[in-house]
Design a binder for this molecule. Structure first.
Ligand SMILES: NC(=O)c1ccc[n+]([C@@H]2O[C@H](COP(=O)([O-])OP(=O)(O)OC[C@H]3O[C@@H](n4cnc5c(N)ncnc54)[C@H](OP(=O)(O)O)[C@@H]3O)[C@@H](O)[C@H]2O)c1
Length: 245
């Protein structure tokens, strides 16, 4: 019997990351779920087991801490990693004029440095998965944002963290795709999760992208062959001109 495919999913306790984790569980994947809140992670892990995950580990860690990515992979048991899903992220909206440097640093630490550190430490495991399953290869899937592609007032700093993530994914493809390690940055407009609740007065949840559409995008990417690179996918909200969050 073929080994189950394995994934590390950050931001798995809530929102988009949770949705992706549960979809992979339904497909029998072996999962490592990462976020800060151990109680929420335990609930998602229990649901994942119920839905058919082969095995589930949780790592409760603050990924903004530079030592955390090493912690995530130090306890990782499989000898290969088919998918690294980077969904943990934070956004802090305010105009550039007077923007606090502490908020800038926090967002870059979580949204950009943690993905870089995780990708760098996971590369040997991703390459091992690509050798074992050359048809699919191994994929890094990073949740960027439409704010990393098009300008949005008050989202310049958040957008900058996500633009860097888009560039990291392109760079990874340039360096590793020939060997079967591929990356995609998904850049959605507002998705209906806790993160976008602050904007409900202007953008009602019923007009936001549902988590399930982002999840379906991820599972489609994971079904593709290793011969196809998808650097980025922009998901725009209906009713906008395509360039707005
Ligand atoms: N929602 C949107 O409108 C939208 C649009 C475009 C892109 N995105 C991006 O999509 C990704 C997922 O967003 P979401 O809407 O699902 O957000 P969410 O509902 O706020 O969930 C964020 C997830 O990240 C985890 N997390 C937050 N800070 C963390 C930290 N310091 N260390 C480890 N884990 C941390 C949270 O768990 P804990 O609190 O337990 O740590 C949670 O699991 C993010 O990267 C976001 O930037 C979201």
């Amino acid at each position: 019997m073929a080994e189950p495919r394995s994934a590390v999913v950050t931001g798995a306790s809530r929102g988009i990351g949770r949705g992706i984790a549960l979809a992979l569980a339904r497909r029998g994947w072996r999962l490592t779920l990462v976020a800060r809140d151990p109680a929420r992670l335990a609930l998602v892990a229990a649901s994942a087991v119920e839905l058919g995950a082969s095995d589930v580990d949780t790592v409760a860690v603050d990924l903004a801490d530079p030592a955390a990515p090493a912690t995530v992979l130090s306890g990782y048991r499989p000898d290969a990693l088919d998918a690294l899903v980077l969904a943990a992220g934070v956004g802090s909206a305010a105009p550039l004029d007077g923007y606090p440097v502490g908020r800038y640093d926090k967002q870059f630490a979580l949204n950009t440095r943690a993905p870089f550190l995780l990708i760098r430490s996971a590369l040997p495991l991703l390459r091992a998965a690509a050798r074992r399953d050359p048809a699919h290869g191994a994929r890094v899937i990073a949740l960027a944002s439409i704010g990393g592609v098009y300008a949005e007032p008050s989202l310049a700093v958040y957008g900058a963290t996500k633009a860097a993530l888009l560039a990291l994914c392109r760079g990874l493809n340039a360096e590793e795709s020939a060997a079967g390690v591929l990356a995609t940055a998904i850049a959605p407009g507002y998705v209906d999760t806790d993160m976008s609740a602050w904007v409900h007065d202007e953008v009602p949840p019923s007009s936001m992208i549902p988590v399930s559409d982002v999840v379906d995008t991820v599972t489609t990417l994971l079904d593709l062959s290793a011969r196809t690179v998808v650097n980025e996918i922009v998901l725009s909200r209906a009713g906008t001109r395509g360039y707005a969050a």
